[in-house]
Ligand binder design. Structure first.
Ligand SMILES: C[S@@+](CC[C@H](N)C(=O)[O-])C[C@H]1O[C@@H](n2cnc3c(N)ncnc32)[C@H](O)[C@@H]1O
Length: 295
């Protein structure tokens, strides 16, 4: 039988939580301890403060200590708590699927802007992960049909669960496959209004330098983009002109310093042009909008 922890009050468990996280080198130990206690004990911060001497139920205490032990191994807090906010919605996250990042919200803004006057657009999200892009687009443009593609079945399943949670699954379709390959048929040829993509773009050199909470816990399939990080986008660029309408657009997220790689790949493929580049909050060119070349 699993050993039960000794009986503790909220404040004693909080002190222990801060000690566990501090020993593990977590920088905001007190803040994270509060979040983990709120989640693990099913209480609010106010409960923790106003009922500090309340004795914690032993099952909840055991569960919370397990969450703290996971975080102490540097597992990302979002995996431990199971959620991450993105574009004002809460997304379920789990090990095996990338945690949405705040800078990726720019992709949603750009995609919605480029199709705001187009009725019933057909949108494709390539490499959907948790579904954060597809679901945010579907929520912001309710007459859109959104096809989501991922090579990972775990990602597709999670994206579907998130879509159901946010009530947008009715106008979404799910495809397991490599980039746009499943759509390269007569049926979708020239019919897609917008493609959004946050494909893996970490280069070999960056991979070596990734912090352990990313490298050891988030999936390599979602991060590594080949020697210079741009392998997947080069292959995607060669496919997009087959599926986009002439007025369509491709909105992608890129890594720091990758604009020259975008320019080189655009020039090599010959069928696309760069329409717009957006910088993230740190001034890094992060989101690129591309359009089919018509001339
Ligand atoms: C950087 S993550 C992005 C996830 C999500 N769109 C986001 O912004 O948080 C890249 C995603 O692409 C998927 N992926 C990697 N290679 C792929 C491929 N060749 N075809 C389709 N999806 C791929 C991964 O499984 C992962 O879910």
């Amino acid at each position: 039988m699993a050993r039960m922890p000794p009986k503790m009050s909220y404040s004693q468990l909080f002190e222990q939580a801060v000690a566990i996280l501090s020993r593990a080198g977590i920088s905001h130990a007190e803040r994270e301890a509060l979040w983990i206690l709120e989640y693990g004990l099913h209480v609010t911060r106010l409960d923790l403060l106003t009922q500090a001497q309340e004795v914690v139920n032993q099952d909840d205490c055991k569960g919370t200590l397990e969450l703290l032990a996971r975080r102490a191994t540097r597992e990302p807090l979002q995996y431990v708590l199971g959620t991450q906010d993105f574009c004002g919605r809460e997304f379920l996250v789990e090990p095996g699927v990338l945690i949405p990042r705040p800078e990726t919200e720019l992709v949603v803004e750009e995609a919605l802007a480029c199709m705001q006057d187009i009725p019933r657009p057909l949108v494709v999200d390539v490499g959907t992960g948790s579904g954060c892009l597809a679901i945010s687009v579907a929520g912001g443009k309710p007459d859109a049909t959104v096809v989501v593609i991922d090579q990972s079945m775990a990602a597709l399943q999670l994206a579907r669960t998130n879509a159901v949670r946010h009530g947008v699954h009715g106008h979404m379709r799910w495809v397991n496959g490599d980039l746009l390959t499943p759509l390269l048929s007569r049926e979708t040829e020239g019919k897609v209004t917008a493609i959004v993509a946050n494909l893996p773009y970490i280069s070999q050199a960056e991979w070596e330098r990734l912090p352990p909470d990313v490298k050891d816990f988030e999936p390599r399939l979602a991060l590594y983009g080949g020697p210079d990080g741009f392998d997947l986008y080069r292959r995607l660029f060669a496919q997009v002109s087959h599926v986009l309408t002439p007025e369509g657009g491709l909105v992608i997220e890129i890594g720091m310093g990758q604009i020259p790689l975008v320019e080189q790949a655009v020039s090599n493929v010959g069928t696309l042009k760069i329409a717009n580049v957006r910088q993230d909050g740190q001034g890094i060119p992060r989101v690129v909008c591309l359009q089919p070349r018509t001339e």
